[in-house]
Design a protein around this ligand. Structure first.
Ligand code: ADP
Ligand code: ZN
Length: 734
């Protein structure tokens, strides 16, 4: 007979307050991390056993429902459970909402499909009698060693009907074997093809190899100018970890699209592709990856995973190294649902796994630089470009002196440089961080602007599909021929340039040239991105016109000229990181020029060449610029000198939203090193049909901000239909 049922706690992947109590049958032999099916109301749901022996709760024993079943899945590793709890507590999210990131893998929890293969029976040779038919003899002859194969493969190889093979199975001359339908990932080989590192690279690589060996938590900033070989250097750390049996390595990259080139390089270095993880995978691909990562047997386990920020929540069994590539990238910030900064959480994950974490960038974030400066992080620097390549020559084009004709965006000096580059048979890149044709459509008669009906935002004209599009909610409509306001005919005019419009100008200037537009809305899949990159690499393109998608770590040897169409774009607005981010983007895009043996040139079109960002780019002294930025942030008590949180209050109806925002402000914590600013109507006062207000909480560094916020928000019940979002360490101020 089984023992008494036990009280346990199960976390469900839902935004509930915490894990719920259930009773587990003594025969069920559960442990923390096990997947179980439990009832909730009338439904039955999948959850994870979170606590085996919870402290006595006040729920009466007869109210507690039983666990229905234990699922036959490997338990969630303890380190992942710990990480989920940590992220929930830091971001003030319900733990179940965080668990959801880790387990919402459609069909991941189906056991991998199994396949039946066949091989010749082991005792067949002795029995091989003359009376074996010609067909059966052909099957025996078709064997490839003792490799099991599918029925139809046997039939194909032996050139017989599959009935012949089936007959042999019935006769016991062939036996069935069941194998997993998901083939294991080939194992990367640490020694496959290592490069000869320069002395500078060797020194950095040696340092991080030692750290991997030491198996302790340590963040390292790997800073290096674009093209200095940061990737080669952290590959050495990966190689070191690969030498440890079963050790796993996670590489976070800002956008999965960038990995096309990265994957090729990885394969060249290690002889096999890593496991790729991002939101675009099919359910079957996800299942294969998830199961390979959670494998208990060191020998069968997936070793290297490259992925977007959600890869942090994969069930690694033995994480020995984390790399965050392009660590400054804003795309590591998750802005919806559980709002978290992937780069910062990578450091936490490494701490919990007791392994090193490498943050690599040519333009590190201010936060990381300061951590390196204070000695909290180790700091490695690569100052030389690999081989003969030199840093490009940078010049500003002052648009106050080099005016462009109305409706055109390229000044004379930039046009001449493009022309010369084309004549020399080299490639040029024009950078403008604006998708579409024109950011604004305006009525020439009455001044009416085309705005999104659901957001406080202009509609952006896209000529490639002939629509006006909202970049915030996806709303789109036909461009009107008649002004919706004053009914004037044919009065709507496109204002300002997007990449499509610059492309149009380029086609007029260079009708013979091969021009490619690269923007996220032109690219629907990683494969398409891959194809575009290959075309550039094969030099089938003369001019690339791109948004920030091209600033990511690409390496194009024939690309020698970069023209920044509007270097002032992005500098205005209320974002305290606006200058830092603009500097990072422009430095990155400039770094695409002259990466091989041909020297590169960068031209910045600007109305404000004296701006500190432009000065930093032209002088090459990014450090001085960042220190100046740091000083300004210190004065304003902004991160990393103080703590910051944003509270966004939103809802369909205006009145309850305002009421809630005011109520929150009125009951805000006072004194104790905290200042609460607002409420103010958000810059995006209306988004996806919701009204929005913002509060900003600034706190001194030693303040335990999360505890205070939790108390405060718990004291303020929000009205019906009002959503309160907390954004710890906000990056977006819209
Ligand atoms: P970063 O990541 O710093 O921009 P990469 O690692 O992409 O630099 O290196 C730039 C280019 O130089 C790449 O094509 C890379 O393969 C090459 N490279 C860098 N270091 C070496 C080396 N030691 N041996 C051979 N090629 C190298
Ligand atoms: Zn919209």
């Amino acid at each position: 007979m089984g023992s008494d049922p036990e009280r346990i706690q199960v976390l469900l992947p839902l935004p509930l307050s915490g894990p719920f109590d259930y009773l587990a049958d003594g025969d069920m032999t559960l442990e923390a991390g096990d997947f179980v099916t439990v009832p909730l109301g009338k439904r039955s749901l999948q959850g994870v056993v979170w606590n085996m022996a919870p402290e006595q709760s006040d729920i009466a024993a007869d109210k507690i429902k039983p666990v229905l079943a234990r699922r036959d899945l490997p338990p969630l590793p303890r380190t992942l459970m710990q990480f989920i709890d940590w992220v929930a507590s830091y971001t003030l999210s319900p733990p179940g909402a965080v668990l959801k990131i880790a387990v919402t893998v459609p069909r991941a929890f189906d056991r991998p499909k199994e396949k039946t293969l066949y091989r010749l029976s082991a005792d067949l040779p002795e029995k091989l009698p003359e009376k074996l038919t010609r067909g059966r003899r052909a099957v025996v002859a078709a064997a490839i060693g003792d490799m099991p194969m599918e029925l139809k493969t046997w039939a194909g190889l032996a050139a017989v009907g599959s009935g012949v093979v089936r007959g042999m199975v019935r006769a016991g001359q062939m036996v069935a074997v069941t194998v997993s339908g998901d083939p294991p990932y080939p194992e990367p080989d640490a020694k496959h093809a290592g490069p000869d590192l320069s002395p500078e690279q060797q020194k950095a690589a040696g340092h991080i190899r030692d750290m991997v060996q030491a198996r302790i938590f340590k963040p390292v900033l790997l800073e290096g100018i674009t093209g200095s070989g940061k990737t080669e250097v952290y590959f050495e750390a990966i190689a070191e970890a690969l030498e440890m049996p079963g050790a796993q390595i996670l590489v976070l990259v800002p956008e999965i699209a960038l990995t096309a080139q990265w994957l090729t390089r990885f394969e060249q270095r290690f002889g096999a592709e890593p496991v790729v993880w991002h939101s675009g995978l099919t359910p079957a691909q996800r299942r294969r990856a998830w199961w390979a990562i959670i494998k208990g047997q060191a020998k069968e386990r997936a070793r290297v995973v490259v992925g977007a920020r959600s890869a942090l929540f994969l069930p690694f069994q033995d994480l020995k190294l984390i790399v965050v590539d392009e660590e400054h990238s804003a795309t590591f910030k998750q802005e919806e649902g559980v709002i978290y900064q992937g780069r910062d959480m990578a450091v936490v994950r490494a701490m919990q796994a007791s392994c090193p974490v490498i943050l690599a960038s040519a333009t590190p974030s201010l936060e990381t630089i300061l951590n390196a400066e204070s000695g909290k992080y180790d700091w490695l620097y690569l100052g030389e470009r690999h081989g003969e390549a030199l840093l490009p020559d940078m010049t500003a084009i002052d648009l106050r002196h080099h005016r462009t004709r109305t409706g055109t965006w390229l000044s004379d000096p930039l046009r001449e440089a493009l022309e010369k580059n084309l004549a020399q048979g080299e490639q040029s890149l024009l950078y403008l961080n604006r998708r579409g044709y024109a950011p604004l459509t305006l009525c020439r008669s009455c001044g009416h602007r085309m705005e999104c009906p659901h957001c406080s935002a202009w509609l952006v004209e896209h000529r490639s599909n002939g629509r006006l599009v909202c970049h915030h909610c996806g709303f789109s409509c036909q461009p009107p021929r008649i002004c919706p306001e004053c009914q004037a005919e044919d009065s709507m005019a496109a204002c300002g340039p997007g990449v499509e419009r610059v492309a149009e100008e380029m086609h007029e200037l260079f009708p013979e040239a091969r021009i490619m537009v690269m923007a996220s809305d032109e690219i629907s899949s990683a494969a398409e991105m891959h194809a575009m990159i290959s075309r550039i690499e094969r030099h089938e393109v003369d001019f690339i016109i791109g948004t920030q998608i091209v600033t990511k770590g690409y390496h194009f040897p024939m690309l020698t000229l970069v023209g920044v169409v509007d270097a002032d774009l992005g500098l205005s607005g209320g974002d305290p990181r606006a200058a830092e981010r603009t500097w990072q983007q422009l430095e990155q895009v400039a770094g695409r020029a002259g990466r091989a043996d041909r020297p590169g040139r960068v031209l910045f079109q600007t109305y404000d060449p004296g701006h500190p960002v432009l000065q930093a780019l032209l002088s090459g002294d990014g450090q001085a610029f960042l220190l100046e930025e740091a000083r300004a942030r210190e004065q304003q008590m902004l991160p990393p000198f103080g703590k910051l949180a944003a509270i966004i209050i939103s809802g369909r109806d205006y009145k309850p939203v305002v009421k809630c925002a005011r109520h929150l402000a009125a009951s805000a914590p006072k004194g104790c090193g905290i200042i609460v600013l607002g409420p103010v109507s958000a810059p995006m006062a209306f988004l996806k049909g919701n009204h929005r207000f913002r509060l900003l909480v600034k706190a001194e560094k030693q303040v335990r901000l999360q505890n205070i916020l939790r108390d405060w928000l718990n004291r303020c019940p929000h009205g019906r239909g009002v959503i309160i979002q907390v954004d710890i360490d906000p990056y977006s101020f819209l």
